[in-house]
Design a protein around this ligand. Structure first.
Ligand code: XMP
Length: 333
């Protein structure tokens, strides 16, 4: 599928049957394209790269080499889930790189959001390239490009400005030339999910809320410190657990915790306790250009507040951000 334009006649993939037909066709195409050569994939664990991985495992098995870079800014349990599903269940050729120290050392003291994004994006490529250079005989690079990415790059080529730079896997160095394998590049997100389920990926992974490339790095506001990042990861895990329990996880487009670099005075165990506030955000949107606020029942908010303030070291208050986009953006940085 070398065209970058979705044919008008292409049927929308809405059912398991249509997904199965798409998978069969792509398996054939990928085999024809790569033959017995090796293919490299940066597997973040997001929907798109996971679906590409599962599709390529079906097509070429161990000829696919997946590299999962843990930049230390993943949500709780995410890297473990990638290892469990791809290495343990699907028997993938998976290289796991824990690069937490590399990223956090570089980010120490950096408070400007765009500088943080640039460091994370650049370092991500460097870690990935370091791993790729160690491997022999790789001729292809698989990518989880989807149709909106192609439409977005067309828009940018036409000179329209983005509000924030979105750095995920950018360009590789000049001397690393791979041919691209992009099996889902003509699909919209909803179709990618139907294909993911047909490939047997877990529902939670396929319907995962969007998570920015720089991960928790843009939610631990200002200069990232390990203790505040840890508090953020734990608080975020509680929010996700409680949203799962009350059914909001299925309903809300994106929900997360943000922790600013400020402390307030509070009290814990009869003593003065200076802590950070955890800010909750839960938004709905169609295209992320504008967003509205989900109304969370007070009982749910009370429970989350109680759990976060009692279970997470360093947090003494919980606040709810009720700002739609505009005037807020979805993320705080
Ligand atoms: P904003 O904050 O601009 O976010 O309203 C819109 C959507 O984009 C996500 N986002 C990012 N995604 N890399 C990404 O891959 C980034 O640097 C980035 N910044 C924001 C955000 O989570 C929301 O879904």
């Amino acid at each position: 599928m070398s065209t970058n334009v979705r044919p008008e006649t292409m049927e929308r993939i809405t059912t398991p049957e249509l997904a199965a037909a798409f998978i069969e066709e792509q398996v054939k195409e990928v085999r024809a394209q790569v033959g017995d050569k090796k293919v490299l994939l940066a597997l973040s664990g997001g929907v798109d790269s996971s679906v590409v991985a599962a599709l390529l495992i079906k097509a070429i098995g161990k000829q696919l080499v997946c590299v999962h870079v843990n930049h230390g800014l993943m949500r709780k349990g995410e890297s473990e889930q990638v290892i469990e599903i791809f290495r343990n269940q699907l028997d993938a050729n998976l290289i796991y790189v824990d690069a937490t120290d590399r990223f956090l050392d570089l980010l120490a003291g950096v408070s400007d959001p765009e500088s943080k994004r640039k460091i994370i994006g650049k370092e991500f490529i460097e870690v990935f390239v370091d791993e790729a250079r160690r491997l022999e005989g790789i001729e292809y690079l698989a990518q989880g490009t989807i149709y909106p990415d192609i439409l977005e790059s067309v828009k940018q080529a036409e000179g329209k400005k983005a509000v924030k730079s979105h750095h995920n896997v950018g360009g590789l160095p000049e001397d690393m030339k791979f041919e691209l394998v992009e099996p889902i590049k003509l699909l919209f997100k909803d179709e990618v999910r139907v294909v993911g389920e047909a490939l047997g990926l877990p529902h939670a992974m396929v319907y995962r809320q969007p998570f920015p490339g720089p991960g928790l790095g843009v939610r631990c506001l200002g200069a990232i410190t390990r203790d505040r990042l840890h508090a953020l990861r734990e608080a975020d895990a509680i929010l996700r657990e409680e949203f799962d329990l009350c059914g909001l996880a299925e309903k809300v487009w994106q929900y997360f915790v943000v922790i600013p670099d400020i402390k307030s005075v509070g009290v814990k165990d009869d003593s003065r306790y200076e802590g950070w506030p955890a800010i909750l955000r839960a938004v709905n949107t169609r295209d992320a250009m504008t967003a509205t606020i989900e109304e969370i029942p007070y009982a749910v908010l009370h429970k989350i507040t109680d759990r976060i303030t009692h279970e997470v070291e360093g947090i003494n208050r919980v606040l709810m951000d009720l700002t739609p986009k505009p005037t807020g953006t979805i993320e705080w940085e």
